[in-house]
Design a protein around this ligand. Sequence first.
Ligand SMILES: C[S@@+](CC[C@H](N)C(=O)[O-])C[C@H]1O[C@@H](n2cnc3c(N)ncnc32)[C@H](O)[C@@H]1O
Length: 343
Amino acid sequence: MGTFLDFLKSNSVQPRADIAGIIRRGYLEDPDLFHRLFVFLKSVPESCFHHCSWFRDALIETGILIATAGVIRASIMIVPLKHRLIATDLPSDEQPSAIFPIYPETLYLIDQIPDHAMSILDIGTGSGVLSIFASEKSPIVTPVDINDRALLFTQFNAVLNGVGNKIFGQKTNLLSSLAGNYYDCILANLPFEPVPPGYSYYLHSDGGTDGLKLISEFLSQINDEVIKFGQIRMVAFSLGNDKHMIIEDVLRKKLGNSHFGIEVEILAKPLKFTEFAKRFESAPQYKPWLTSTLQNGLQSLFFIGVKIVPSRTFYWSVSRNSSRHWGAWENPVNWNEYLQLAP
Ligand SMILES: C[S@@+](CC[C@H](N)C(=O)[O-])C[C@H]1O[C@@H](n2cnc3c(N)ncnc32)[C@H](O)[C@@H]1O
C-alpha cells in the first residue's frame, strides 16, 4: 500500500476530487469519528467503521488511513478550520520536508487577510491554508513554496475546499521566479526559528542561526515592482531583550529608504531564549550558539505580527496585542480548546 504522497503524485484531478468528496462526506456524517482520527490522532478500532466502510476502505486505499491489528489510524492530520478542512502532515512527522501543521500564527494571519486585494501572494504556503482563506476575498491568489510536497498538499487542500480551479501552486525560492509580477498583498509565514549552525531541521521552520535568514532574504527582494502600493502581512520570531528586537535592524536596513511604514505587534508574552533553545540540546553546536546569543544580550524571543504598509515616509511602530489570545504559540493549535471555543 502506498502513502498519501504517492497517491497525490500519481493521481490527477478526478481521483483527488473523488477522495476529497469522501473526506468531506465522512466529516459531515460522523464528525466525532473524524475528530478522533484526524484531529486528536487516536487509533480507532475497526468496529467503529461498521456504518461507513466506504470511508475506511477508500482512505486506506490512498494511504490516508493505516490499518494494523484491528485498529485504524490516520497518516495525516485533517483539521476543521472555520468550516474548511485542511490536511497537513502529523506534528510528529520528523522528515525535513514535512508539511507544517496549523499553528496559532496561521490563525493570526488568516485574520490579517485584507478584504479587497485584487491579487494575493502566499509565500511559503505549506498546506495552502492561507491561500484557501484568501481565495474567498481575492480573485487572484498565488501560493508559492520551495517544497514540492507543499505544492501537492496545497493542490489537494484546494480541491478539498472547492477552490481547485482557482489556486495553482508555484515552485519558487522566495520571490526568485516571480520577477515582473505585482501583488496587492503578500502573506508571509516563512521559517523563523533560530536554529544552531549545521543542524538539520524542518524546512518549514529553519530560520538560520538568528531566525531571520529567510525573512531577511525575502525583504531584500521586495521592491516597487512586486508590491507598489500593496502591503505585506508577516509573522516572525525576533530575538531581543527589554529594549530591542533584532528584527528592527533588519527591517530598517532593508526598508528604511522605502515608501513603507512598519507596524509590529507583539502577540504574546516573550519566551526565555534558554527555554526555547532546549529543543536543540542534542545539536553539536548547541552550546557555542546559545552562549554567543546570550552574550549578545538576546535573552528573549518575541512572537510578532508585522504589517508593512505603503507610506509617504518610512515609519516604525511597536504595539502589544492585549485583546486576543493566540494560544501557546510555540505549539500547534490546541484543538480541544479551539473546537470548543469555535462559534
Ligand atoms: C512556517 S511554514 C508556513 C506554512 C503555511 N503558510 C502556514 O501558515 O501554515 C513555512 C513554509 O515556507 C516554505 N519555505 C521555506 N523556505 C522557502 C523558500 N526559500 N522559498 C519559498 N518557500 C519556502 C516551507 O517549505 C514551508 O512550507
